[in-house]
Design a protein around this ligand. Structure first.
Ligand code: PMP
Length: 284
């Protein structure tokens, strides 16, 4: 049984409790982060801590969270759960208060929950060798996708739709352009140029995206941050996604059409290798 963290306590998972009045439960008034663990160490913790603070600021969540304490909680969970490879999920909500649309008094304590998910083979994923199949769906999410809130119903519906269609995931499309995947950022490669949507309110500012684009530029690869259409994606040489849980993952089929040779391309393979090597070295 796992040990989880709830509001200052480390507890067996079946003894952990939060209130029925928690605003995360009633209003999806909460934000989250998922940090990967390789060799028992955290990948890009500072990136996730910074984005957590930004999400909270954008929602005027005033709770003070000490990022050094948060790092210690992550490490303690790794120790207590003997985690070598997997993920740590962190959620912060505006806390519990009688149900009211208006935010509760600012001194209402936040709810802070963390738990681990063991994923042996995360880095040696078979899908990195075969590639993923994607379907496209309309992007019906709200307008502040740059805030990492726990409102994940539409992405969940999208993954179910992909599964029904025999695919592995969905890319979301708005005004003819791909925004991002249901839980990852989306990329194509054409004539040696890596194309991914620019940052804005329409997509989550992926922590993996930031690192991968920096590594790509360091390796003298060309990068264009702009919207791309589904037609462009279908005509691309390569496609891939990035996220903390999949790192860099090739896409070999979109809406039933093969991309490039139908097998993971050289650019994505190289980026995955660089990313994993560098992030393992920098993990804390
Ligand atoms: N976009 C969405 C919608 C996501 O849910 C995620 C994963 N949290 C990402 C992109 C990738 O972000 P990161 O690289 O920080 O995991």
């Amino acid at each position: 049984m796992r040990t989880v963290y709830v509001n200052g306590d480390y507890l067996p998972e079946d003894e952990a409790r939060i209130s029925v009045f928690d605003r995360g439960f009633l209003f999806a008034d909460g934000v989250y982060e998922v940090t990967s663990v390789l060799d028992g160490k955290l990948v890009d913790f500072p990136g996730h801590a910074a984005r957590l603070q930004r999400s909270m600021d954008e929602l005027a969540m005033e709770a003070e969270i000490d990022m050094d304490d948060l790092l210690e909680i992550h490490r303690e969970l790794i120790r207590r759960n003997d985690l070598t490879e997997g993920l740590i999920y962190l959620q912060v909500t505006r806390g519990a208060a009688d149900r009211d649309f208006l935010y509760p008094a600012s001194e209402t304590p936040p709810t802070i929950v963390l738990f681990t998910q063991s994923k042996p083979g995360l880095a040696e994923s078979p899908m990195a060798k075969t590639g993923m199949k994607i379907v496209t769906i309309p992007d019906r999410r709200w307008g502040r996708r740059d805030i990492k809130t726990v409102q994940l119903l539409y992405p969940s519906m999208g993954k179910m739709e992909a599964k029904r269609a025999g695919a592995d995931d969905a890319w979301m499309v708005e005004d003819g352009h791909v925004t991002e995947g249901t839980s990852n950022n989306a990329y194509i490669v054409k004539d040696g140029v890596i194309v991914t949507r620019h940052l804005g309110e329409e997509i989550l500012h992926g922590i993996t995206r930031k690192a991968v684009l920096a590594f790509a530029r360091e390796a003298q690869m060309k990068v264009e941050e702009r919207p791309f259409t589904v037609e462009e994606a279908l005509a691309a040489d390569e496609a891939f996604v990035t996220s903390a849980s999949s790192f860099v993952m090739p896409v070999v089929e979109i809406d039933g059409q093969t991309i490039g040779a139908g097998t993971p391309g050289a650019t994505v393979a190289r980026l995955r290798e660089i990313y994993l090597d560098e992030m393992r070295k920098a993990a804390i």
